[in-house]
Design a protein around this ligand. Structure first.
Ligand SMILES: CC(C)(COP(=O)(O)OP(=O)(O)OC[C@H]1O[C@@H](n2cnc3c(N)ncnc32)[C@H](O)[C@@H]1OP(=O)(O)O)[C@@H](O)C(=O)NCCC(=O)NCCS
Length: 145
């Protein structure tokens, strides 16, 4: 089942985010984002377990996907695709005309998913992701709705 996420989901989202990205965003970060009207997100939930979620920031008629993840044990089963498809469907019914995002250029799973949904690469951002150990370039992908 896909449903909208709210501030009440902040704790679960932070836990999922940490498992998917290592050093994830804090519960407080999710709470403060979801408190703002410009953030919109969906979760895919199996009874009480959230398997994945997607969060976007909307500014006038453009939306940026700020984070998107599915728990490792539920990947490759279409959860990610249905979350992205549902979000775009809802955006298309509203005022959003364009969706964009940044993704690490070596993230084949995510890039494969976005391209299968009609996203195209606009440009690269050099050294966009930085950790103590490495830097990675980002690909900026976009789709007009
Ligand atoms: C990216 C992510 C959300 C995808 O979730 P998912 O539920 O596994 O995705 P789906 O099962 O819906 O896969 C959808 C599509 O992804 C693509 N895909 C999946 N694995 C792929 C791979 N190894 N190489 C290329 N494309 C791949 C395919 O197009 C697939 O569609 P298909 O099954 O019809 O061929 C998930 O891998 C994830 O959480 N990754 C870690 C966090 C992350 O990188 N998030 C994105 C940040 S921008």
């Amino acid at each position: 089942m896909i449903r909208e996420i709210s501030e009440e989901d902040a704790e679960s989202l932070a836990k999922i985010h940490r498992r998917c990205f290592g050093k994830g965003w804090s519960e407080e970060s999710f709470r403060s984002m979801l408190f703002q009207k410009c953030f919109a997100g969906l979760a895919e939930e199996d009874e009480t377990v959230i398997r994945g979620f997607i969060l976007a920031q909307v500014v006038i008629d453009e939306a940026e996907i700020v984070t998107f993840c599915v728990l490792p044990e539920f990947r490759g089963r279409g959860v990610g695709k249905s979350l992205l498809a549902e979000l775009m469907k809802r955006f298309a019914k509203g005022h959003v005309k364009k969706v964009f995002l940044e993704v690490a250029e070596d993230n084949d799973e995510a890039i494969g998913l976005y391209k299968s949904m009609g996203y195209e690469e606009m440009r690269r951002r050099q050294n966009y992701y930085r950790t103590k150990r490495e830097t990675k370039n980002a690909a900026v992908l976009a789709k007009n709705l």
